[in-house]
Design a protein around this ligand. Structure first.
Ligand SMILES: Nc1ncnc2c1ncn2[C@@H]1O[C@H](COP(=O)(O)OP(=O)(O)OP(=O)(O)O)[C@@H](O)[C@H]1O
Length: 365
């Protein structure tokens, strides 16, 4: 005999967010799935909809279309009007806009999460102490949030989210307020915790390194839509948009492939390895793979050479990044010694060269 349909049949384990949210003129329209134990970093320019995505999963903004389902349980369904209040969702979150309770001590702020999930007062406080210890906050246990620095408050918020043993973790720039040193410490602590976290996790960050370090998968939003998602290594090698290319530090050119030539939309042509692609493609090029010469190079193995004008020079940690205008324009990394040898300054004309084998060519999505 088959039993009645239960909520468990409403979706697979993990988070399914097939969501539309309209906020004024802005619309978020995404279909995001996060498996149990998977950490997905959400990246995107300002106003892309990252916070809106997390707020929708948390129930802080209702969906205007679609559904949010966690482990088969419907959290929000715009069609049927089902809506679980944020407090009733088994979700731990750290949002910049979500403040600590000002009238409670740090310890009781953190103990609030296990209490809300049914733990007794003593047990909840023990769990809270443990998390404060792990995040290096034990000394602050009896303080009120008003007596904390911004960074300390954000770490307490992180401890509070983790202490509730949630089924879904939503972190909106959880480390943004921390100073560089603390940030590294908390980052590795967070990574360890996330590795052991059984539920799905979405973490918004503006820091590509943080995303690469923390996430199993990257999800890039632009204008309320997913423009790219995939394993960090894949996204870093084959960026789909200009924004992603800048984020991972690559030059990106759109063009049309014809045999081993790609005619670039912005002018110029690049010879690429025989890749079998025809039609619209993207070509990615590492700034360190381009050679700068004062005269036209005479090297037969180098298949691409083109003139360019120095527009700007920026000192990076151990290299100088040149901004060069040409067909195509390029960012090129050279050593400070090379800048001195070539006597480079804005306005100078130079020649650029790049081996065909240094170019990564792939179809435009
Ligand atoms: N409460 C609101 N009312 C109306 N529009 C809003 C509201 N909150 C956000 N928006 C709009 O929704 C869009 C997406 O905002 P959101 O905060 O989700 O972007 P974001 O990617 O998180 O940006 P940031 O990186 O700047 O935090 C923006 O155009 C923003 O102006």
């Amino acid at each position: 005999m088959s039993g009645p349909r239960t909520d468990a049949l409403a979706g697979p384990p993990g988070l399914v967010l097939d969501a539309r949210v309209t906020r004024g003129a802005f619309t978020l329209d995404v279909d995001v799935r996060v498996a149990p134990g998977e950490v997905v970093a959400v990246l995107g320019p300002n106003g892309a909809g990252k916070s809106t995505l997390l707020s929708a999963a948390a129930g802080l903004v209702p969906l205007t279309g679609g559904r949010a389902v966690l482990d088969g349980r419907v959290l929000d369904d715009a069609r049927t009007g089902t809506f679980l209040e944020p407090a009733d969702r088994p979700v731990g979150f750290v949002f910049q806009s979500y403040r600590l309770f000002p009238h409670l001590s740090v310890l009781d702020n953190v103990a609030f999460s296990p209490r809300a999930r049914g733990a007794g007062r003593t047990r909840a406080r023990a769990v809270a102490r443990d998390w404060l210890d792990r995040l290096g906050l034990a000394d602050l246990a009896s303080r009120r949030p008003g007596d904390l620095s911004g960074g300390q408050a954000q770490r307490v918020a992180l401890a509070r989210a983790l202490a509730g043993a949630p089924d879904l973790l939503l972190l909106d720039e959880p480390l943004a307020a921390l100073d560089a040193r603390t940030r590294l410490d908390v980052q590795s602590e967070l990574k360890r915790h996330l590795a052991g976290f059984a539920g799905p996790c979405l973490v918004v960050t503006h820091d590509p390194l943080e995303a690469l370090m923390l996430a199993d998968r990257l999800l890039v939003l632009e204008g309320g839509r997913v423009v790219q998602e995939g394993a960090p290594a894949h996204v870093a090698r084959r960026p789909a948009t200009e924004y992603v290319a800048r984020l991972v530090g690559l030059n990106l050119y759109a063009g049309v492939a014809d045999g081993d030539a790609v005619h670039l939309d912005g002018g110029g042509m690049l010879v690429v390895p025989d890749h079998g692609e025809r039609g619209p493609v993207l070509v990615a090029l590492r700034p360190s793979a381009v050679v700068v010469s004062p005269h036209r190079p005479d090297v037969s193995s180098v298949r691409n050479t083109w003139p360019a004008t120095v527009v700007g020079l920026t000192m990076l940690t151990d290299r100088v990044r040149l901004d060069l205008a040409g067909e195509p324009s390029a960012l090129v990394d050279v050593t400070p010694a090379a800048v001195a040898e070539l006597g480079l300054a804005p306005g100078d004309r130079v020649w650029l060269s790049a081996k065909a084998t240094e170019l990564e060519v792939y179809a435009r999505g």
